[in-house]
Design a protein around this ligand. Structure first.
Ligand code: NAD
Length: 472
């Protein structure tokens, strides 16, 4: 399906309309809450249609996964914004040094103006609407550019937003990389980008001439370490949930597993049991999501074949006939053992249902393996030893961490979500998002009488004694 494309010269015009409206004055708490209620209601009503659009865009997108990750999680985030917004908007009194008494200090939270949001295809509703809802909660106007790789969902999102918001408050731009590149170059008050690290670099470069602040939610390899002795059935179940959802096309999906040498084979068996129990009829059943498009499918197939040709053991956990797999863009959950370190599977973010397993001799070796690589977007440890958990938390840096599970840190409204280093900068979700999209304006209020009036030339007598005392 071809997605209509917003003409490039329309982009700055639309931004000007949004800005003119934003500059008419701040939006009250009641108005923002109304926006969130409207968005929530429209999302709820349109969920079946959005699920159908995602299903068509992916060529099979599990309806339940759509309801969970693009429905339930977004509704819960909007509810969290509604419940806490009033408190977050309140000016906060801050401590003040006695030197400045009886002056007062406070921080006020103000809308930045117009926020640009660029979203990817893998969770096309969630990753568009959560930043959008949060930016609206902070009182901003929003210009959204959803992904061209989910054309039906992007169109449905545009229609949904037009049905509830005037176009001078929420606008949508549609189109491919050319529109996206021009969009990233618009002088927004903040630009929020979710996507690959490579495109993230371009976005930051495009924002630089305008000094537009950016939040970059990027990708990267998210390792899982299984500590010696951790119950493998439980680990397999939770790894399968995080890796198999959305056909592995999740930014924080487990990218590879570090496993004690002696536990590799039992883990393979446990993961196989998980895959078979979940997808008894993977090609005909409705529960396993396909690879989004041919380019992504061929990339994954090539990486898998490269590893195989270089000596890796490739173990599909469910057998699917080649031709069927190819016509359906279906890659079953697949383990990869003994892959050489310099093959693409081991070097780049996998973003699909291939899962390399790397055996380790000592726990410290596994930790070193992670530390020697880029700081991950997410890091997972399965371990009941508190000391070791603490050691890992102290000695590694990652965008987010889950202990004894995978991906669920994303669903915690009260935790900031964001990467670090090559996996991104800035954060959102809940209050972290509210602050990202607000100017935290510091205000100092001077009193009628001010001790500071003593500090002025000529510095003799009391002024001189005071300065000497305060620099003692
Ligand atoms: P992508 O970077 O190819 O595309 C994301 C968006 O960027 C799309 O809307 C696209 O139109 C736009 N774009 C393309 N070229 C652009 C340019 N020159 N300037 C500005 N925008 C441009 O990513 P994708 O393939 O849609 O998504 C997969 C990647 O996203 C993976 O790396 C994944 O890890 C990452 N991701 C990260 C998160 C997170 O929260 N950190 C969430 C989901 C996906």
């Amino acid at each position: 399906m071809d997605l209509p494309s917003t003409p490039l010269d329309e982009l700055p015009q639309r931004l000007a309309v949004l800005r003119a409206q934003a500059e008419r004055g701040p939006r009250s708490y009641a108005e923002r809450r109304e926006d969130l209620y409207d968005l929530r209601a429209a999302l709820k009503i349109n969920l079946p249609e959005l699920c159908r659009a995602m299903d068509a865009d992916f060529g099979c997108r599990s309806r339940h996964e759509s309801l969970i990750s693009d429905g339930m999680t977004v509704l819960s985030e909007i509810d969290h914004l509604i419940s806490h917004l009033k408190r977050w908007m309140r000016p906060q009194r801050r401590w003040i040094s006695p030197l400045f008494w009886p002056g007062r200090a406070e921080v006020r939270f103000q809308a930045l103006g117009v926020v640009g949001v660029i979203s990817p295809w893998n969770y096309p509703v969630n990753l568009a609407l959560v930043p959008l809802a949060t930016a609206l909660a902070a009182g901003n106007a929003v210009y959204l550019k959803p992904s061209e790789h989910t054309p039906r969902t992007s169109l449905a999102l545009r229609d949904l937003l037009r049905s509830i918001f005037p176009r001078n408050r929420v606008e949508t731009a549609l189109g491919g990389a050319d529109v996206a590149a021009a969009f990233a170059g618009l002088p927004f008050d903040h630009l929020f980008f979710t996507g690959s690290t490579a495109v993230g670099r371009k976005v930051m470069a495009a924002a630089a001439p305008n000094l537009t602040p950016v939040t970059l939610e990027l990708g990267g390899k998210s390792p899982v370490i299984i500590a010696p002795g951790y119950p493998l059935q439980r680990a397999a179940e939770r790894i399968a949930s995080g890796k198999f959802i959305n056909g592995g096309q999740t930014c924080i999906a487990p990218d590879y597993l570090l496993v004690p040498e002696a536990e590799v084979e039992p883990l393979v068996t446990a993961l196989q049991a998980q895959a078979r129990a979940r997808y008894p009829d993977i090609a005909l059943g409705p529960d396993y999501t396909r690879i989004i498009n041919r380019a992504q499918y061929e990339r994954l197939r090539d990486w898998r074949e490269e590893a195989r040709s270089r000596g890796a053991r490739v173990l599909p956990l469910i057998e699917v006939e080649d031709e069927l797999a190819d016509t359906q863009r279906l890659i079953p959950p697949t383990l990869v053992l003994d892959a050489p370190d310099d093959c693409r599977l081991m070097q780049e973010e996998i973003f699909g249902p291939l899962l390399p397993i790397i055996p380790y001799a000592k726990f410290e070796d596994a930790l070193q393996y992670v530390k020697q690589r880029d700081r991950p977007l997410a890091l997972y440890l399965f371990d009941h030893d508190r000391g070791r958990v603490e050691h890992l938390l102290e000695h590694t840096i990652a965008g987010s961490v889950a202990i004894n599970d995978t991906v669920l840190q994303f669903a915690q409204n009260s935790l900031p979500f964001g990467g670090v280093g090559p996996s991104g900068m800035g954060s959102y979700h809940g209050e972290a998002g509210f602050r990202t999209f607000s100017k935290e304006k510091p205000v100092f209020r001077q009193a009628r009488w001010s001790g500071m009036s003593l500090f002025k030339p000529p510095y003799r007598g009391l002024a001189d004694r005071l300065v000497r005392f305060l620099t003692r």
